[in-house]
Structures are given as C-alpha cells and as structure tokens.
Ligand binder design. Structure first.
Ligand code: RIB
Length: 330
C-alpha cells in the first residue's frame, strides 16, 4: 500500500521547494506562470490530492456549506437541493446534505457533524420552532440561513413562502367549486409550514368548521392511511386540502381504490406542485412553491454573508405561492 503522495513528493518531482508548491495551491498569484505550470504538471503526473483538513485548519473553515432538510424523500427538497448546489458550486463551495427526518435529535446530531466539518455556513429547514440549535451554530461562527421558514430573529436571513396565503388560496379554490364540507389533511402540527397552511385554510372559511386530520408523516402512505380512516368513519367531506402533494397523491390513491371519484365525489388539492402532481392518473391541482428559486436565493444570501460579512445586509425574503388548477378539483 503506497503512502499518499505529499507536497514534498510534488516539490521534488517539479524541482522546486515545498513552500513553492504550497504557494501554488493556496496563493497562486504569488508564483510565476512557468513555475505554476511545472508544479501543476507534477500534481497531475503524481496524482497528488491536497489534504482538505490541512487547508481547513489553516483557514479555520472549509469551502463547504451544510444543508439540513426535514424529508430527503420529498421531491420538494430535491428541487431545493438542486438550487442550492447550483449556486454553491458556481462559487466554489461543496454542499453536505443532511436529513433530520423531522427529528430534533437527529437534526442536533447532524448539525454537530457539520460544525465538526468546519462548514462555513448552514442552510436549514428546521424540524421544529426551537431556535436554540441555530443560535449555537452562530455562536460557533457558522452562518445560518433558514430555508422555507421565516427567520427567528431580524439579524438572520431567511427565504420562505407565504403558506398562510397558500392555505387561503387552496380553500378558496375548493369553495369556488361548490365545496361546503372541507377537511385539511396535514403532517405534524409542529411543522411551521403545516401550521400556517391550516391558518390560511381557516381564514378562507371565515369561521366555518375545518375538519383537521393530523398524520405522523407527510408521505403517500400517510395520505392513503388518512383516506382509509375517513372512509371507515363514513363521513367523507366533499373536498380535501392536503398539506403537501405526497399526502394528496396517497389520498388520491386511497379514494380511487375505494371507488370514490375525484373530483366528482371528493375534490382534492395538494401543495408544492412537485413533478408527480401533473403526472398522476387524475392530475393534481396544487399550490406551487418556487422550490428551485428557494434553494438558489437562500444560498446566495448565505454565501454573501460568508464571503462579504462587512457589507452583507440580512434579508427575510417571502415568496408568494401560486394556484395550479388540474383535474382533481371542480
Ligand atoms: O416538509 C413539509 C412540507 O413543507 C413540504 O412538502 C413542503 O411543502 C414544505 O414547504
């Protein structure tokens, strides 16, 4: 087993000093083009790979950012991650993706690993409303930007979508189709997005009853389970608003498998407008979020704060959701 190629091996191969090799790697502007070319040729020929932790120790941080999401299986977060990675790679940063799965304990463990990796900053959709974990990151000098969640404090950046308006739009659309009994099927009501969508739905009802079915997860399986529960209870509403598209797609499957017609018997609307919404057997009406843009803008804010701390101005950006009407509503 050969020992890894080191800076001294590159220096000997290029006929320069180890200090010159270090300059080529870290301060190339200090080295002549001819010497840089000799060292770069030696790096290629020997297959030298610099030791990331050495560069990190010198700088005190790595050219890496962390991204913590609450459900890596949700296409919504896949699209957010794609937007994050686009901006980060353009600016020379790597992204470490971690999944809290909605668990505070898991999130805490992931954030500690990111801090140990000396990430420059963290983008996070928090698993609950307690800002303590994020404050601890800031105390360690790690910048934090909230994604898909409003900021906890004015000196913190955030990029979110107006979920109250989204909930209101969803229920207003159902009522415009003639719905008189509406149910809201949601994930855990500890998740801020679910809380706000419910508040918006209730605002659209102006005091009329909104039946709420809270599930432990926001997945197609949970949506199917909610459908089975409502069918078993025998009092189906004439419209259902699901807190995200995965729940709605599971609900659609559960209703249609039981012979219930969507939208003739029960109208159905989801939230996110993931790609599967348009592709489902009965295409899903949904509330579209600017998912890719959420990831891009949040990363631009984070890296501006990381790379230009003296001129950075904190921003709490709020996008507006959009109604996309398809076959699942009247
Ligand atoms: O993570 C739960 C939900 O919140 C996602 O489906 C997406 O709607 C996000 O805003």
């Amino acid at each position: 087993m050969h020992s890894p190629v080191g800076i001294r091996d590159v220096a000997e191969h290029a006929g320069v000093s180890p200090g010159t090799v270090s300059n080529v790697l870290n301060r190339p502007e200090k080295v002549s083009a001819a010497t840089r070319a000799k060292v770069e040729a030696a790096v290629r020929e020997l297959g030298f790979v610099r030791h990331g932790s050495a560069a990190t120790l010198r700088a005190g941080h790595s050219k890496t950012i962390g991204l913590s999401v609450i459900d890596i299986g949700n296409p919504f977060f896949t699209d957010v991650t794609a937007g994050v990675e686009e901006v980060a790679s353009d600016l020379g940063y790597a992204v470490i993706l971690s999944n809290s799965a909605g668990s505070r304990t898991k999130e805490e463990r992931n954030l500690l690993v990111l801090a140990e990796q000396r990430v420059r900053g963290v983008l996070i959709t928090p698993s609950d409303e307690d800002p303590t974990r994020l404050d601890r990151l800031r105390e360690r000098g790690i910048m934090v930007v909230l994604v898909d969640h409003p900021a906890h404090r004015p000196d913190q950046c955030s990029v979110a979508v107006n979920d109250i308006a989204g909930g209101t739009t969803a229920v207003t659309h159902l009522r415009s189709g003639g719905a008189t009994s509406i149910a809201y099927v949601t994930g855990p009501l500890t998740i801020r997005q679910c809380i706000d969508r419910r508040a918006g739905a209730e605002r659209a009802l102006g005091g009329a009853e909104l039946r709420v079915i809270e599930m432990a997860a926001m997945t197609p399986r949970a949506g199917q389970q909610a459908a089975a529960k409502m069918i078993a209870e025998g009092d189906l509403p004439d419209a259902i608003f699901c807190a995200n598209d995965l729940l709605a797609l599971g609900m659609l499957r559960g209703l249609t498998h039981a012979g219930i017609r969507v939208p003739d018997d029960v109208a159905l609307i989801g939230y996110d407008d993931i790609d599967f919404a348009a592709a489902s057997a009965v295409s899903l009406t949904s509330i579209r979020q600017p998912t890719h843009q959420l990831g891009r803008v949040a990363t631009e804010l984070l890296l501006d704060e990381c790379d230009h701390p003296d001129t950075h101005a904190h921003q709490q950006i709020m996008f507006q959701p959009e109604l996309v009407i398809r076959e699942s509503t009247r």
